[in-house]
Each structure stands twice: as structure tokens, then as C-alpha cells.
Design a protein around this ligand. Structure first.
Ligand code: HEC
Length: 233
């Protein structure tokens, strides 16, 4: 018995040492342009979905989630903050999306997995609120987005796969653009009255002009690339 224990301990220590040496030697490639091995990807995906499922299971979507008002409000924030990574109907792929790993899903496409509808909403709410580590998906609550504004986004994303480019533009045009207020306290632009801090927003991926109805899906951005870049806008 004692001998078995000694062997098991020795193996465990050897395993840990081998792991430490591999880490120190830089064996794990963190480059975003080098995909994981398929098995590693599957494992990480499994861990991500279990992590979210456990944390989102008690979240209850509001009963008025499908109302046009929520969808309309959500469209303005989506267009201001999400399109760079998640695109809009008919939009060309973006530079940032091409470079991110994992690739942000095109939210205008029908989701691959058929989840229970209520859980699917809770899951999206959780992801938008808390973000996903080391993936590029931000925790929007940290930037000051209130729960009600997050539900508006969930309401909009629910409708997004059914929208044409024209529907999308019309909806964004009818929204107030970029706002994070709750249902009763809607603010234009960047105002927040819930605390004294001035929240800086970092729309890492999209434009940041607060103009509603930009209808900029797939539109040329106002920048050019220096010589040596593979494409021009
Ligand atoms: C800088 C890029 C980036 C921006 C900006 C961004 N996201 Fe994401 N998002 C991601 C990435 C990457 C993932 C995938 C993460 C993963 O698979 O681990 C993701 C995943 C998601 C998912 C989960 C999709 C699914 O069903 O699996 C939702 C929902 C989502 N984002 C919503 C939003 C919303 C709403 C906004 C704007 C408020 C936004 N994202 C802005 C990068 C971004």
C-alpha cells in the first residue's frame, strides 16, 4: 500500500514538473492566428457552455421581452457597439472580426444550437453582462450598461436573424441610437444618472459617433491602410 502511494505521488510530481517545464518553455501558443487543436477547442467550448449554463440558470427574462419598443431600443445600441464584431444583415466581414479568435458569431445568422428559448435569452443576457474571458467579448455591465438596456439587446438579437438589410437600417433609424438607460430613464448619448462617475465608453470595434440611424452596415469606415496592407477600404 505504502509502495503504491509512493509510486502515485512520484507520478503526480513528475506530471506537474513536466507541465511546469512545458509552460516555461512556451509550449502553449497564445497567438490568435493559430487555432487550438480540435480537441482543445471542444474542451474549452464545453467548459464555456457549462460555466454559463450554471450561472445563467436562475435568470428570468422579463415578460415584455418581445415588445417592439425593446427591440427598437436594442437596435440602436447594437448598431453603435456590436456590429464591428458581430456584423449586421448583409454586412461584409470586418477587420477586427477576421482577427479575433474565437471568431465572434454573426448574430444575424440563425444560431446553430437549438436551446430552450427561455434559457437562450438568459444565456445571452449573462454573456452580454459579464463577457467571456480571453475572447474579446466585453462585460458590458463594467462600462455602465444597465440590466434593462442589456435585455433590450437580447430582445433585438432575438429578432435579428429574421431582418433584411433594409429592415435593419429602418429599425436602427427609428431608435435613439446609443443609450444605456433603463426602461424609465432613457438618456440620449452618454449620460448616466445612476452615479457620479462619468463613464467612458470604449466601442472597441465600431464607430463611436452617437448618431442614430447611421445605416452603416458594411459601409466604408473613415480610415485607410498604409502601403503594405493587403486591402484598401
Ligand atoms: C471586440 C469584439 C466584440 C464586441 C465589440 C462584442 N462582442 Fe459579443 N462576442 C465576441 C466574441 C469573440 C464572442 C465569442 C466568445 C466565445 O465563443 O468564447 C462573442 C459572443 C457573444 C454572444 C454569444 C453568442 C452565442 O450565442 O454563442 C453574444 C450574445 C454577444 N457576443 C453579444 C454582443 C453584444 C450585444 C455586443 C454589443 C453590446 C457585443 N457582443 C460586442 C466579441 C465581441
Amino acid at each position: 500500500m505504502n509502495k503504491t502511494l509512493t509510486i502515485v505521488s512520484a507520478l503526480a510530481v513528475t506530471g506537474l514538473a513536466a507541465g511546469a517545464i512545458a509552460l516555461y518553455a512556451g509550449a502553449i501558443d497564445v497567438a490568435a492566428d493559430k487555432p487550438h487543436a480540435p480537441l482543445t477547442y471542444r474542451l474549452l467550448e464545453f467548459a464555456r457552455e457549462r460555466s454559463i449554463a450554471v450561472r445563467a440558470r436562475d435568470i428570468e427574462p422579463p415578460v415584455d421581452l418581445a415588445t417592439p419598443e425593446r427591440v427598437r431600443r436594442g437596435s440602436g445600441n447594437y448598431d453603435a457597439m456590436c456590429v464591428g464584431c458581430h456584423l449586421s444583415p448583409g454586412a461584409e466581414d470586418s477587420e477586427i472580426r477576421k482577427g479575433l479568435y474565437p471568431t465572434p458569431p454573426r448574430l444575424a445568422d440563425k444560431p446553430a444550437a437549438a436551446l430552450d428559448p427561455q434559457f437562450a435569452q438568459a444565456r445571452r443576457f449573462w454573456i452580454i453582462k459579464h463577457g467571456i474571458k480571453a475572447s474579446g467579448m466585453p462585460a458590458w455591465s463594467k462600462g455602465g450598461m444597465e440590466d434593462e438596456a442589456i435585455w433590450d439587446l437580447v430582445a433585438f438579437i432575438q429578432q435579428l436573424p429574421g431582418l433584411t438589410t433594409a429592415d435593419y437600417r429602418a429599425l436602427v433609424a427609428s431608435s435613439e441610437g446609443h443609450s444605456h438607460g433603463g426602461l424609465d430613464e432613457h438618456h440620449e448619448g452618454h449620460e448616466h444618472d445612476d452615479d457620479d462617475d462619468h463613464h467612458e465608453h470604449s466601442e472597441q470595434a465600431g464607430r463611436h459617433d452617437d448618431e442614430p440611424a447611421s445605416a452603416h452596415a458594411g459601409k466604408k469606415q473613415g480610415h485607410t491602410h498604409p502601403p503594405g496592407f493587403k486591402h484598401q477600404h
